[in-house]
Design a protein around this ligand. Structure first.
Ligand code: SF4
Length: 196
């Protein structure tokens, strides 16, 4: 099934932004639109194997089976009124004050990964939690990557990304699909622009 631009779902105009969509938007703005459609379907209808594996990587967190230690918060819902973002943290160690976002396989620290982690970090700060370290964790090779805390410039860029997400209209926005991205895009079976 392919979706047409004028099929824009109404929830893309909501002011609250899901943290999980930030990475999608930076990857490809049009995937933001497809993300909202994705939420309307069973993921098994169109998820490809690599993405399903990635989704399973998060399942232990969302169902709180990763750890029973009380100091570890897993899949905890968070929200920032200041930035109007909502979502879940991946793992927060309240003793060491370490925030970790797990990915199936990290080959490069993409901006989308960083800003997704910053979003979780800003939500935790607003809720009164301290964070001493930000980590991206690659499950496939068991590697940890320290992510520097956001600078003022990073926060400004983050705010600009949120503004772009809020104003994004797939019917009016122009973008050039990137074949390399399309190849790995979980939404390609829904996308009328995919190049693979
Ligand atoms: S398939 Fe390509 S154009 Fe479509 S959302 Fe994915 S990356 Fe963007």
């Amino acid at each position: 099934m392919r979706l047409l631009l004028n099929d824009k779902p109404s929830n893309t105009t909501d002011n609250l932004i899901q943290i999980s969509t930030i990475n999608d938007f930076i990857f490809c703005p049009y995937s933001l639109y497809l993300h909202s459609v994705y939420d309307s379907f069973s993921s098994q209808l169109y998820h490809q194997l690599p993405q399903t594996s990635g989704k399973l990587a998060h399942k232990t967190i969302d169902t709180s089976t990763f750890s029973t230690r009380k100091k570890i918060f897993q899949g905890m819902p968070v929200m920032s009124e200041k930035y109007q973002i909502i979502g879940k943290i991946d793992i927060y160690d309240s003793e060491k004050k370490i925030l970790t976002e797990r990915k199936k396989n990290i080959k490069k620290i993409y901006d989308g990964y960083r800003y997704q982690l910053y979003a979780q970090y800003l939500c935790l700060l607003e809720a009164g939690y301290q964070v001493s370290r930000l980590i991206l964790y690659s499950l496939s090779d068991n590697k940890k990557y320290d992510v520097p805390f956001p600078t003022e410039e990073d926060i400004n860029t983050f705010s600009e990304i949120l503004a772009k997400i809020r104003s994004f209209d797939p019917a009016e926005s122009h973008f050039a699909p990137n074949k390399n991205k399309c190849t790995y895009c979980i939404y390609r079976s829904l996308c009328s622009y995919h190049l693979c």
